[in-house]
Ligand binder design. Structure first.
Ligand SMILES: [Zn+2]
Length: 448
């Protein structure tokens, strides 16, 4: 095919979004519009590097649709050029892959994953002393920890993380530092230091507005090179009193002004909020995502569905607490009841078509970077999501929060994917044994 013919065919094949579900369109709109494919081949129509053919046993494409079996992926210049499936292209008719790594016929391929809520500068250790030492450690030590945490993410197929902040803003400093020398494969979207009201919860992940200034004014004055803004609008969940609500930290008026100020700077807002009122304020203000959302109630779930605001439910920290403490411990019992309640909210959210993005809050006590993605995905499945839907929460929906074309394996999209051994029935656990991770067609993780 001549170059122009190829371009025309390519454009015809490109599908901007998986068909059929309203939330797909809403998600893309909220992310700033549908993803547009990069400029395609150069003037003479040739591709360079990052081109390969893969035989794939099973494909979960990130759309939430059916799992496909026996698929061939043709990659050109880091882009998924063609996906071929069905009897006409049975395995026997596949050409030999041009790279030994191209034989993934015993593997399941899924999009590179996104953990939409992490704290890279923190450790998942339950040891309070270790956690405190890291909070006070020199920046070089923290940066080494961040590098190790990123490697753990990548080993589990995670290719992008959204960092919810730290007191010293070290994850943002790491991500933006000119000397970053780590897996460039993982994209980091960092909030830097979160905003909280003086005297309220949030000191260890951020700062309060400048004396005499309102929240919005403080955000306007801030010149940190953050990718998004994190605002804390409630306390944390009680481990002594089930379902205890805390008052909002900021009023609807303050939060709305803050979200608008961020909008003028081109920055989306993630809001930590538990309980009906704090969550209601976050949604009403037009934030990009509600983080945690424990005990938000059915009315807020309906508003999430209507507004397209994304929910990042982070069940796994509470689950870890309930599991690892002494079972007779009252706090563990409260944690387990809180998990049950959150799972009920998730069931309802699924029926309402709320856009849910998987986030783990990794770096919380008992929540290890990377591995927690597997646990959170299992919790989504336990709450009633199909495997393909849970993968979608961890790929397409997360990618929608940070922008970019990854998170969906469709023609014209980046060849950014993970391969896990065996058929899909091994998921999510098989993510602990990822065979390979590719980002834009380049292999960044190879097993063994
Ligand atoms: Zn967090």
């Amino acid at each position: 095919m001549n170059p122009m013919g190829w371009i025309v065919a390519w454009l015809k094949r490109w599908k901007g979004l998986p068909a059929g579900r309203v939330e797909d369109r809403r998600c893309a709109q909220a992310a700033g519009g549908p993803w547009h494919p990069p400029a395609q081949p150069n003037a003479v129509g040739k591709f360079s590097g990052r081109s390969a053919t893969f035989r794939v046993g099973w494909l979960i494409d990130g759309s939430g649709g059916p799992i496909r079996q026996g698929v061939r992926l043709d990659i050109m210049d880091g882009i998924l050029h063609r996906i071929t499936e069905g009897s006409a292209t049975s395995r026997s008719s596949f050409e030999a892959p041009n790279d030994p790594a191209g034989d993934l016929s015993e593997c399941t391929v899924l999009p590179g994953l996104v953990d939409s809520h992490v704290h890279l500068a923190m450790t998942g250790s339950m040891d309070d002393g270790q956690r405190l030492r890291l909070r006070q450690a020199p920046v070089e030590v923290v940066f080494r920890t961040i590098q190790e945490n990123l490697r753990e993410h990548l080993r589990c197929g995670v290719v992008a993380v959204r960092d919810g902040g730290g007191a010293r803003g070290n994850a943002l400093r790491f991500a933006k530092g000119p000397g970053r020398r780590t897996d460039p494969a993982i994209r980091i979207f960092a909030a830097g230091r979160a905003w909280h009201r003086h005297g309220r919860y949030g000191r260890f992940i951020g700062r309060s507005p400048v004396d005499g200034l309102r929240l919005a004014e403080s955000i306007v004055q801030d010149d940190s090179p953050c990718d998004l803004v994190k605002i804390v609008n409630s306390g944390v969940n009680s481990l002594t009193e089930f379902g205890r609500r805390t008052a909002p930290q900021f009023s609807l008026e303050e939060m709305t002004a803050a979200v608008q100020a961020c909008g003028r700077k081109g920055l989306p807002v993630m809001v930590h909020a538990n309980g009906e009122e704090p969550v209601g304020i976050a949604i009403g203000a037009g934030c990009r995502s509600v983080e945690h959302g424990f005990f938000m109630g059915p009315e807020n779930l309906r508003r999430l569905a209507e507004s397209g605001v994304v929910w990042v439910p982070t069940v796994v920290p509470m689950h870890a607490y309930g599991r690892k403490q002494d079972p007779s411990d009252r706090r563990a019992q409260v944690a387990r009841r809180s998990v049950d309640h959150q799972m009920e909210q998730l069931q309802r959210a699924r029926l309402l078509n709320v856009t849910v993005a998987l986030g783990t809050d990794s770096g919380s006590p008992g929540v290890d970077h990377g591995a927690a993605v597997v646990d959170e995905m299992k919790l989504l499945v336990a709450a009633g999501f199909s495997l393909a839907e849970a993968v979608r929460c961890a790929s397409f929906n997360g990618a929608g929060l940070v922008g970019g074309g990854f998170g969906l394996l469709a023609e014209g999209r980046p060849a950014t994917f993970a391969a896990v051994p065996g058929d899909p029935s091994g998921l999510p656990d098989s993510l602990r044994h990822v065979r390979a991770v590719y980002v834009d067609g380049e292999r960044v993780v190879a097993a063994g």
